[in-house]
Design a protein around this ligand. Structure first.
Ligand SMILES: Cc1cc2nc3c(=O)[nH]c(=O)nc-3n(C[C@H](O)[C@H](O)[C@H](O)COP(=O)(O)O)c2cc1C
Length: 249
């Protein structure tokens, strides 16, 4: 099943329950090719992807990360910021490597490249009727354990994982912020931002209370701040330093 670009983009939602069905080789090939053709900073391709199909590794990932999509989806793609490959290439050619990964922008570049590659995979998979769910906890839950499990060298860290598989359920689409809160004409801002955000908060709270499947009484603003509160305890600077990112400026 091939969907139009419009349906692929506007009908996408995160899928957290999967059929135990394989993905066709043709669809996998398309996803890999879409990943390969991702735009990247300098065409440096500061990313790599680990495609996990081994059920034992998926179970270990689920154990570390605590997200069940990692064992129930057919594939887990792990998107990595990667400065190992350029280090290997520079060494092979006897060229001096300035160590761009030790700068804030170098780190951002790796994260942006890996994120765009993940979006390429999301669009490709969804266009073939497959479901996807990004899994950020693959980065934050236990970076040292994930690095050991996946044998990550210096210069490489997990940006995000992506579960891909045949959907077992199609949840309701989540309401998103209105266009005027997201896309500003010519310069930053919109009139009555607070009022519009409170309108969105009400809309989202209503969606939470009435959506198919598991309803919730949480509001949007409170839920997001709750996630941030949890995120305050993550030790990502230590984690990227352990993977060889000096981040000195
Ligand atoms: C970088 C990133 C990390 C995410 N991490 C998780 C995750 O660990 N677990 C999860 O269930 N969903 C995760 N999500 C999915 C978001 O919850 C989801 O995109 C958001 O609620 C909007 O819903 P939608 O994708 O259905 O539009 C993540 C999404 C992104 C972009």
């Amino acid at each position: 099943m091939e969907k139009s670009v419009e349906t692929t983009l506007l009908d996408r939602r995160s899928i957290r329950r999967y059929e135990r069905e394989p993905i066709s080789e043709e669809d996998l090939h398309f996803i890999r090719e879409a990943i390969r053709n991702t735009p990247t900073s300098y065409n440096g391709q500061q990313f790599s992807v680990i495609e996990v199909s081994d059920q034992d590794i998926k179970l270990k990932l689920e154990e570390i990360v605590g997200q069940k999509q990692m064992k129930t989806s057919a594939r887990v793609f792990i998107f990595l910021a990667d400065y190992n490959k350029i280090a290997v290439a520079a060494k092979a050619k006897n060229l001096e490597n300035p160590g761009f990964e030790n700068t804030m922008d170098g780190l951002i570049v790796g994260v942006v490249d890996a994120s765009l590659a993940m979006m390429s995979a999301i669009v490709a998979a969804n266009s073939r009727g497959l479901g996807t769910c990004p899994i950020g906890y693959a980065r934050t839950a236990d970076p040292a354990a994930i690095s050991r499990l996946l044998n990550l060298p210096q210069g490489v860290f997990v940006v995000c994982a992506l579960a891909v598989g045949v959907p077992r359920e199609i949840p309701d689409l989540k309401p998103k912020q209105s266009e005027d809160l997201l896309i500003f004409p010519d310069s930053y801002g919109t009139e009555d931002m607070a009022g519009k955000l409170l309108d969105y908060d009400r809309e989202f709270t209503e969606y939470h209370a009435t959506r198919a499947g598991n309803t919730s009484d949480k509001d949007w603003i409170g839920e997001i701040l709750g996630y941030y509160k949890e995120g305050m305890s993550y030790k990502m600077l230590d984690a990227v330093r352990a993977q060889g990112y000096g981040v000195v400026k």
